[in-house]
Design a protein around this ligand. Structure first.
Ligand code: SF4
Length: 326
């Protein structure tokens, strides 16, 4: 490990000042420490924000929830209000990483985690995300786990977070605090597609800090759930997934909010599927007809063409689970 400075802060003002000076925030440390050990990342100063008072979960008017950035994945997943109002969030969290990691990793850190593309962590491989302009080893390399949606010539890595997919489906936003004050961005706008600058993964300005994640009041009633398909049952990233939230009143689907992981360079909102569902009556035939559109626009690489059919089947199955309560 190379030498670096460590600074512990106990207020948002002190954190923002340290970040403005070029420091990198660290809380649970479950991604950044690994990357520093491998020298994929070499921050000169770590700003330890773990003591900031950002560990509350609070309901908001109308039935939304505000989750502090330092709430751990375990805490959020086990919160009674989150579990009953937004099962898609607790299920996405519980399908992530391992129990040990979920006890340390924070909600803010989850949205800041970097890609799991193996070439990104291999210092001998070309990687535009690690070293802009060096190339992309995955494009012509082994790309079974890479993206079929949202890729650019510069990068084809998938976004690794399950939580972010559930948050995108629910139109959640991040609360940010920076040198110019506070602002709010939807999670969808906060996470950046690679375009020609894959090294930029979040729409953070210099000195900005995530303080909370807000899930707005949803349409009622709402049923939701998360299905993750992966190579093994724990401690594994998604090949495909489906975050599904449906509001059905009077036997008609009034609102459909659906997103997928494991297939896009960012959490992928499935607007074409949603449009097939709204205004229709739930049925097995409807789930099939809508799920056909899950991979609209997909551009598979040499080794990941299987994701097109797998994504359609994942979405169809989860529509059935959420839309046809037993
Ligand atoms: Fe790097 Fe992205 Fe290519 Fe992976 S897919 S090697 S992260 S540029």
């Amino acid at each position: 490990m190379y030498p670096f400075a460590y600074l512990k802060v106990d207020s948002e003002d002190a954190a923002v000042a340290a970040l403005c000076a070029g420091g990198r925030p660290i809380a649970g440390g479950t991604t950044l420490v690994d990357l520093m050990r491998e020298e994929v990342e070499r921050p000169e100063t770590l700003v330890d924000i773990a003591a900031l008072p950002l560990r509350q979960i609070a309901t908001t008017p109308g039935g939304g929830v505000l989750i502090g950035a330092l709430v751990t994945m375990t805490q959020a997943a086990s919160d009674a209000f989150v579990r009953t109002s937004f099962p898609v969030v607790s299920q996405a969290l519980e399908s992530s990483a391992s129990a040990q990691l979920r006890n340390m990793a924070t909600i803010g850190g989850n949205l800041m985690q970097r890609t799991r593309c193996t070439y990104f962590r291999d210092l001998s491989a070309a990687c535009n995300k690690r070293e802009p302009g060096s190339g992309c080893a995955a494009r012509e390399g082994f790309n079974r786990t890479h993206a079929i949606l949202g890729a650019s010539a510069a990068c084809v890595a998938t976004h690794p977070s399950d939580l972010a997919v559930a948050l995108v489906a629910l139109n959640a936003s991040v609360h940010l605090r920076g040198p110019d004050g506070r602002r709010q961005l939807t999670v969808q706008d906060f996470l950046l597609p690679p375009s020609d600058t894959p090294q930029l993964e979040q729409a953070l300005q210099r000195g900005e800090l995530i303080t909370a994640v807000e899930i707005p009041a949803p349409p009622r009633p709402l049923r939701s759930g998360y299905l993750k398909v992966r190579d093994r049952q724990s401690f594994e990233f998604a090949l495909t997934s489906a975050a599904v939230a449906l509001s059905v009143r009077g036997g008609v689907i009034r609102s459909a909010m659906i997103a997928a992981a494991g297939v896009g360079t960012v959490p992928w909102r499935l607007g074409a599927v949603e449009r097939q569902l709204v205004g229709q009556r739930p049925s097995t035939e409807l789930w099939q007809r809508a799920a056909v559109h899950a991979a609209d626009g997909a551009e598979p690489l040499r080794h990941n063409g299987f994701k097109v059919g797998l994504l359609r089947r994942t979405v169809e199955r989860q529509l059935r689970v959420v839309g046809e309560p037993g």
